[in-house]
Design a protein. Structure first.
Length: 403
């Protein structure tokens, strides 16, 4: 019986169970002032603008989209060399305004709240670099204290949300005599409040599927249900030697507070590397001196995408190679619908080859070898699309709804 229980727990653990179901999800950069959030955001933005062949116009200066690096996509582009190519994108928001005491109103404007509610996952930036020139809001560099500060503020804010939602439920029930507060409502809310009062994020809690459903329904604006990736900003020297006195402590703190990936990076090092982009010799010399260090930005983007439970499939042909973002678990007709609603409505079947099979078997653009090996599959309506599937949809055009 034990393995079964484990499976059950898997399904109801972590942040993914609380996530919104949508193909366009965002990561928000959060942290104390002066830790390097905007510098990181600008680096991510500049690099994605540079990667596009047309000027990218941002509607909001705090919002950006970053191409998700993927050698599979590059390989497909290289094979087809089509006139148009679209990678997958991760949307990132720079969220300013979080300081100690924020939950009581200090510095925490409406902009912060609306920004953080709009994102689906969090890049939590902590500062582990020393600098005489860059003042720390709390006067000294202490990433553990900073992690605690942010976590506490987010939990306080969530506690406020929970109390408001509870009051609303009580009001609603009073208004309609045949409604009453359910047992699961009371028990879930008590559990959530108890966690938040101890500064524990809700994503770490153990909830059964009824409780998860209730949280999704009644507490959809919680901040601490969102997945977190921790980004530790080091000095260039520490980043290159992969050593910093705080790293082990930060790692331990993360493990004690619900877990999550830690990605060390350095704004200082990344900026230097970026400034050498048009100077191949300078760039090579810089990398040679960097003891094997490589940019952390691609890893951040890939991991952010993963945390949001997003994957993509490919379409590939003479005119276009493209990544199409979907939620993990999406069925073939809905995946087709991401390309065009007619594809979903008139869905007949999906012709699918896994990228790995295509890569291993094909010697040209042709599907001949793939077909001969029996790896070119015909999939129907109940097929769950996998990350990296190369798909050609068959659909019936006459099925278009007449308006
Ligand atoms: N020495 C050093 N300075 C940094 C680093 N990252 C950011 N800064 C500086 O710290 C200041 C605040 O950075 P900013 O990105 O605006 O922080 P934010 O308030 O978190 O958005 C700026 O002057 C940055 O140049 C770093 O890794 N090393
Ligand atoms: Mg900033």
């Amino acid at each position: 019986m034990a393995p079964k229980k484990e499976k059950e727990e898997d399904k109801t653990a972590g942040a993914a169970r609380f996530g919104r179901v949508r193909n366009s999800l965002k990561m928000g950069i959060v942290g104390l002032p002066n830790v390097g959030k905007s510098s990181l955001f600008n680096l991510l933005t500049e690099q994605s603008i540079a990667a596009e062949n047309y000027p990218f116009c941002t509607i909001d200066p705090n919002e950006s989209r970053c191409a998700v690096p993927d050698e599979r996509y590059e390989w497909l582009c290289d094979l087809w060399k089509p006139p148009s190519m679209y990678p997958a994108y991760l949307q990132v928001t720079d969220i300013a305004g979080l300081v100690r005491g924020a939950a009581e109103g200090a510095g925490l404007g409406n902009a912060f709240l609306s920004h953080i509610s709009a994102v689906d996952g969090i890049f939590h930036v902590v500062r582990a670099f020393d600098s005489e020139e860059v003042i720390h809001v709390d006067d000294s560099v202490d990433p553990i204290r900073d992690l605690e500060t942010i976590q506490m503020e987010l939990c306080k804010k969530d506690l406020e949300f929970v109390e408001k939602a509870e009051e609303k439920e009580i009001r609603d029930v009073k208004k309609s005599p045949n409604m009453k507060i359910s047992l699961v409502f009371t028990s879930t809310f008590e559990k959530v409040k108890a966690m938040l009062k101890e500064n524990k994020p809700v994503r770490c809690g153990e909830f059964n599927s009824k409780e998860v459903e209730l949280i999704r329904e009644k507490l959809d604006n919680l901040i601490t249900t969102k997945p977190v990736v921790y980004l530790v900003n080091l000095s260039a020297a520490d980043f290159m030697r992969k050593k910093n006195k705080w790293l082990a402590k930060i790692h331990a703190w993360i493990q004690e507070h619900g877990g999550g990936l830690l990605i060390p990076f350095s704004v200082e090092w990344e900026s230097k590397l970026w400034s050498l982009r048009d100077d191949p010799d300078g760039k090579k010399a810089f990398l040679d001196e960097s003891s094997g260090a490589v940019s952390s930005l691609p890893k951040m983007v890939v991991q952010g995408f993963k945390e949001l439970n997003l994957i993509y499939f490919f379409t590939a042909g003479e005119t276009e190679v493209r990544c199409w973002t979907i939620q993990r678990g999406t069925l073939a007709p809905q995946a087709a619908g991401v390309i065009h609603s007619d594809f979903e409505r008139g869905f007949i079947k999906a012709e699918v080859v896994a990228y790995a099979d295509f890569r291993a078997l094909a010697t040209s653009k042709s599907m001949m070898e793939v077909k001969a090996a029996g790896k070119y599959r015909q999939e129907g309506k109940s097929y769950v699309v996998e990350d990296g599937d190369i798909i050609h949809f068959q659909f019936n055009v006459t099925a278009s709804a007449k308006k």
